[in-house]
Design a binder for this molecule. Structure first.
Ligand SMILES: CC(C)=CCC/C(C)=C/CC/C(C)=C/CC/C(C)=C/CC/C(C)=C/CC/C(C)=C/CC/C(C)=C/COP(=O)(O)OP(=O)(O)O
Ligand code: 1GP
Ligand code: MG
Length: 228
């Protein structure tokens, strides 16, 4: 099942903590994107996650949950993406919360559906950087070194370059992509039109489009054809 991520070039990330009407959701799910990722850095609950999953399930495409707290663990997703933050000194976001989750839910975890993500958070002005205490003052070599920790030392299947809320430095992303060989490089952050989508897709394996869905849906939808 984990293999399903390999051909993905484009993913929309929907936040259960944000509103999206049925018409917009249909446009997103019928856009030709490879998958819907459900996740957020705050305000994500069991109920709003169930609600969003039930609405996305009307459509054929894969729907995966990106786990960021212990309340949102809803059964029925195709995969469960598990962030592990590489560039933080706070071990809660590397292994701590994960150990707690396994102690509480280990008996029901569908291990073959879990996909760990080596997260490198690079936008200091993002909720996720503040939440995790991410050390974002990295140059391209430093970011690429963390990517190799995830890829070569931990053999994680995904290196996730997270610029959430701002369009990142493409040379840094290129250096990360060139340094990673086993993992798929996901890029997310500030993609809002075909130009930013193409630029990010040129230096990563999979692009993730989030906030643009809520800010300029027409442009967000154009990012699919721009890369597929
Ligand atoms: C049957 C059943 C229910 C099965 C489920 C079993 C299962 C999958 C158990 C979980 C096992 C496990 C190991 C869980 C991990 C627990 C956990 C909470 C780990 C910590 C994860 C982590 C490092 C989170 C911090 C990073 C983070 C918040 C990532 C999300 C990134 C993101 C979505 C950022 C953007 O958020 P957004 O809201 O869009 O940001 P803005 O609002 O600023 O735009
Ligand atoms: O919301 P944006 O900036 O598109 O970022 C997408 C994703 O990387 C957020 O976790
Ligand atoms: Mg949010």
């Amino acid at each position: 099942m984990k293999q399903m991520i390999k051909p993905w070039r484009h993913v929309f990330k929907l936040d259960p903590d944000r509103e999206i009407d049925d018409q917009a959701l249909e446009a997103v799910c019928m856009s030709g994107t490879d998958a819907i990722m459900i996740g957020g850095s705050s305000g994500v609950t069991f109920d709003n996650t169930v609600d969003l999953l039930s609405r996305v399930r009307r459509y054929e495409l894969p729907c995966v949950l990106e786990v960021s707290n212990l309340e949102m663990l809803v059964p029925g997703f195709d995969l469960y993406m598990i962030p592990m933050v590489m560039n933080t000194a706070d071990s809660a976001w590397i292994t701590g919360q994960h150990k707690q989750a396994i102690e509480e839910y280990g008996y029901m975890i569908p291990w073959d559906l879990l996909v760990p993500e080596g997260y490198i958070i690079l936008n200091p002005d993002s909720a996720v950087a503040r939440l995790t205490g991410a050390q974002t003052d990295l140059d391209a070599d430093g970011a690429a070194a963390y990517a190799q920790v995830a890829d070569k030392l931990m053999s994680l299947p995904i290196v996730y370059v997270e610029y959430s809320g701002s369009f990142g430095d493409m040379e840094t992303v290129r250096k990360i992509h060139q340094s990673v060989h086993g993992a798929k490089v996901f890029y997310g952050g500030g993609i809002h039109d075909p130009e930013t989508a193409k630029a990010a897709a040129a230096v990563s394996d999979t692009i993730v489009v989030g906030n643009a869905v809520y800010e300029d849906l027409a442009q967000a939808l154009l990012t699919v054809k721009a890369v597929k």
